[in-house]
Ligand binder design. Structure first.
Ligand SMILES: [Zn+2]
Length: 278
């Protein structure tokens, strides 16, 4: 059994929401509650607990209640998951986690310098014991038993800078920091008008995303030749963290996105015969 953990001291971030375009301050505060609680400081400290039943997706993963929402949780959640942080107060004065540089590295570096602290409370982990698969249009998702936490992701884009990319990683903190965290979110210039018409991508820029025109990447050098599929792995870790426990199993996604990731999480939560607590 492993213990729940929190951070040793407060961490402050400020930045812009990639979808809202608004500047926000984010404060991570140590907590001994054993839960991840969001607190909207711009709305009289309204609190929302992280709950997979209150998650929706549309270009990002967000937490909703009748009173408010908090968008673009996935990169921060992936980092909390990989560090094993499950007891935290997340204060924010707006409705979106800042996008920082489009990757998870700024969150990783800040947590590494703040330090982690174990709590007396023990936590369970989830082990996949039976395989299954789900589909959505031409996307597919499957899970099967494994000795570690493994992700295999493949994507296919009819774009010369991406094409087909596939990567399989058995994840731990070390390789997450090196192979996954620096991978930035990406977007296509041609999609920007439609996204902005839906109130999305208002804060997206060449400084916080890998941006592609019809032929190439126009936002400077890539951090990895296959940065795109690595970012998809980051998004999937953030979404899988909504299961609420460390995971042992092999999760495989093909051409998926937040919507199918969430469908898989709901499937697992509704069908506990596919996994067991250990
Ligand atoms: Zn992302």
């Amino acid at each position: 059994m492993i213990e729940k953990s929190t951070i040793q001291k407060e961490i402050h971030f400020s930045g812009v929401g990639v979808h809202s375009g608004k500047k926000v301050d984010l404060l991570l505060r140590p907590s001994s509650s054993g839960e991840i609680i969001f607190r909207r400081t711009d709305l009289d400290n309204l609190e929302l607990a992280l709950d997979p039943k209150k998650i929706e997706t549309k270009s990002s993963t967000y937490l909703v209640s009748e009173e408010c929402k908090i968008q673009t949780l996935e990169h921060l959640l992936a980092v909390l998951y990989i560090f094993g942080i499950d007891s935290l107060i997340i204060e924010i004065n707006g409705d979106e986690i800042p996008i920082m540089d489009g990757s998870a590295s700024p969150f990783v570096q800040a947590i590494l310098s703040a330090g982690i602290m174990s709590l007396p409370e023990r936590k369970k982990s989830i082990k996949i014991i039976k395989p299954s698969s789900l589909e959505e249009k031409d996307a597919a998702f499957s899970f099967s038993p494994d000795s570690g936490f493994k992700i295999t992701y493949s994507i296919e884009y009819d774009h010369p800078a991406i094409q087909r990319q596939e990567l399989s990683l058995s994840l731990n903190l070390e390789n997450f920091i090196k192979e996954v965290a620096p991978a930035r979110t990406f977007g296509f210039l041609k999609d920007v008008p439609a996204l902005r018409a839906q109130g999305l991508a208002a804060g997206g820029s060449l400084d916080n995303a890998v941006v592609l025109d019809e032929k190439s990447v126009i936002s400077g050098p890539l951090r990895y030749p296959d940065e795109f599929v690595r970012h998809k792995i980051l998004d999937l870790i953030g979404d899988l963290s909504l299961m609420g426990s460390p995971l042992t199993g092999h999760f495989k996604a093909h051409k998926a996105g937040h919507s199918l990731h969430l469908k898989a999480i709901h499937f697992l939560l509704d069908n506990p015969e596919f996994w067991t607590y250990i």
